[in-house]
Design a protein around this ligand. Structure first.
Ligand SMILES: NC(=O)c1ccc[n+]([C@@H]2O[C@H](COP(=O)([O-])OP(=O)(O)OC[C@H]3O[C@@H](n4cnc5c(N)ncnc54)[C@H](OP(=O)(O)O)[C@@H]3O)[C@@H](O)[C@H]2O)c1
Length: 253
């Protein structure tokens, strides 16, 4: 190459690579993976993140019925968090896909009996399986994806019901324990993997009008999803191990 063309082509190449970086940033703010995204708070999270320019991957136990989730433009993945084969198949399909923000949202409510004789221990076991071990299965399966993401952020949707300090009115032993245990595991992972640059946060979404409480909440899924997204997109490594509500307030353990 002659001495005049060489610097010109170097300049041209730098310009093209600058352009491609800018194009990527403008196209997507990153990839968010949300479990239980076909209804309730998960669906609202998917709608909010998609509208804000993120790539959304949302899970549903029955993807063929997840029309509202599909309408957001999200990629829909089949996932039952209690079924290891379903988790493994999802992880295989996700191989090579970096995840910037993993949100473990899928959950169930469980029994509400305050009558010791009527306490349903099998139901408690199931609630712990879905709400505590479910997120653990997903965190384990997608850890490599989170590590290869830019933000390296894991958000576990917990509840103030999991706060032992806030438990002044009892009820719902299985549900409370499932969220307290999730809080504990989140903290352990924050300590163990924070050094590897991965941030783990637990969040209370508010008391939200969803199927879980027969629409009895005091905020809408849209308010919860927007608030959660606002807090989540502002998180960084300094938030590792924290417990926040949907408005960013610190919560007691
Ligand atoms: N609503 C509230 O006031 C409130 C308050 C505090 C915390 N939370 C927490 O917020 C999260 C979302 O609750 P929500 O109110 O949006 O509940 P929801 O409307 O009942 O939705 C629950 C979601 O979880 C999914 N799910 C349930 N079992 C699953 C499993 N085994 N595998 C995969 N997905 C499963 C459901 O899928 P299907 O449609 O297939 O059942 C659905 O997408 C939960 O973790 C809940 O504990 C809610």
């Amino acid at each position: 190459m002659n001495s005049f063309l060489k610097p010109v082509s170097v300049l041209l190449l730098s310009f093209v690579s600058l352009l491609s970086v800018d194009t990527f940033a403008a196209d997507s703010k990153g990839t968010v993976f949300i479990t239980g995204a076909n209804r309730g708070i998960g669906l609202s999270l998917a709608q909010n993140f998609a509208a804000a320019g993120f790539n959304v991957i949302g899970t549903a136990r029955k993807p063929e019925q997840a029309t509202a989730l599909k309408d957001t433009g999200a990629r829909v993945e089949q996932l039952d968090v209690t079924d290891q084969a379903s988790v493994d198949a999802m992880a295989q399909r996700m191989a090579e896909t970096p995840v910037d923000i993993l949100i473990n949202n899928a959950g169930i409510k469980g029994g509400e009996s305050k009558d010791m004789a009527a306490l349903d221990v099998e139901n408690m076991e199931w609630v712990l399986n879905v709400n505590t071990l479910g997120p653990v299965r997903v965190m384990k399966a997608l850890f490599p994806n989170v590590q290869s993401g830019e933000r390296k952020m894991v958000v576990n949707i917990s509840s103030t019901m999991g706060s032992i300090e806030r438990n002044t009115w009892g009820c719902c032993a299985g549900y409370r324990a499932s969220k307290s245990a999730l809080n504990s595991i989140n903290k352990t992972f924050a300590v163990d993997f924070g050094k590897q640059g991965v941030t783990f946060v637990v969040m209370h979404p508010g008391y939200v009008q969803t199927d879980m409480n027969e629409g009895q909440g005091n905020i809408t899924p849209a308010q919860s999803g927007a608030g959660l997204m606002n807090v989540i997109t502002g998180l960084d490594a300094s938030d590792n191990g924290k417990f926040y509500d949907w408005q960013g307030n610190d919560l007691p353990w």
